[in-house]
Design a binder for this molecule. Sequence first.
Ligand SMILES: C=C1C[C@]23C[C@@]1(O)CC[C@H]2[C@@]12CCC[C@@](C)(C(=O)O1)[C@H]2[C@@H]3C(=O)O
Ligand SMILES: O=C(O)CCC(=O)C(=O)O
Ligand SMILES: [Fe+2]
Length: 373
Amino acid sequence: MPSRVPDASHHKHLDFNSVKELPESHAWTSLLGDYPSGPDSCGVGSVPIIDLDDPNAQKLVGHACSTWGVFQVTNHGVKNSLLNSIEAAGKSLFSLPIQQKLKAARSPDGVSGYGVARISSFFPKLMWSEGFTIFGSPLEHARQLWPQDHNQFCDVIEEYEKVMQQLAGRLMWLMLGSLGITKEDIKWAGPKADFKGASAAIQLNSYPACPDPDRAMGLAAHTDSTLLTILHQNNTSGLQVLREGAGWVTVPPRPGTLVVNIGDLLHILSNGLYPSVLHRVMVNRTQHRLSIAYLYGPPTNVQISPLSKLVDPSHPPLYRPVTWTEYLGTKAKHFNKALSSVRLCIPLNGLVDVNDHNRVEVSWRQLPYIKMM
Ligand SMILES: C=C1C[C@]23C[C@@]1(O)CC[C@H]2[C@@]12CCC[C@@](C)(C(=O)O1)[C@H]2[C@@H]3C(=O)O
Ligand SMILES: O=C(O)CCC(=O)C(=O)O
Ligand SMILES: [Fe+2]
């Protein structure tokens, strides 16, 4: 029998080190029934790779955002040594004994800390992963994890946050610039237009090697609630994105390359021009996968709504204004219905939100709209 750790959170926490067989609690029966898998050979191509030093970077980013909602970047300015350090920090955290990790467990209504995927409650089966979320200072949880020596972990996190914040600001302007948005259009970017007041979370994800990977799910399909997410993955494959009309496409790891994806708030800000991409993580039999997601959003209380430059009589605002705080609450409560719940208009042909799994597969951008009640 696999050992489950008794704690107050209903035996959700598995000691992955001691499991030899996939427990029923983690066995997903209908994994492959949703969309076709692995279509890399069907001519749909692969997730674009963009060199940020390319003079055409803005155009390439804009194209990748509107067609894929995800791309990879090189020459992003983040040192390999920092990527190695954050990976090592994640490894050292997840290799702690489970009882130690649970000392830093996320509280039921909290954001930060150790635990199972937050979206687990929407699924009948548990996921083959564990995570650690940092929102604000990691100090308190780091002290619980390493009572003698938490400084090294905190220093790496602090440095990572600083560097990622800069990169995220740069990416924001590449994405918005390609829509014709200028600094005057986004007052909340601050006087220097550097998005200094932005908020962000760091999510460390661990996907242990799995005895029965075909029936397990690392992280179920979701979109991020962010403006954008920057992801570093170790050298193990697993991330897949859903490409309309093609199915799940794997984003293979490339050393030193970061994955960038659009989140729901940028989808709203762009009035639907940039899709927030649906993604998931598969696991494998032999390799431990680790990823670090930098989840980037606006200042928590700024109202995000479709930019007025992107709205006209034939392109009415598709979403009502919403703050990140409000949207995170909606996502936590309604999960894949969150985006539709702030929607104002739908095309005459039916539902369209990328993460509404009942959506009708139509190309909708040119369609007339009807107002939602
Ligand atoms: C800022 C956040 C986005 C997130 C919820 C959170 O408060 C911290 C963790 C984030 C994450 C990472 C895994 C997928 C996701 C849907 C989840 O359950 O937790 C995202 C959340 C999100 O984007 O809504
Ligand atoms: O592990 C990954 O590749 C993806 C993680 C992810 O989607 C997330 O943290 O939101
Ligand atoms: Fe994600």
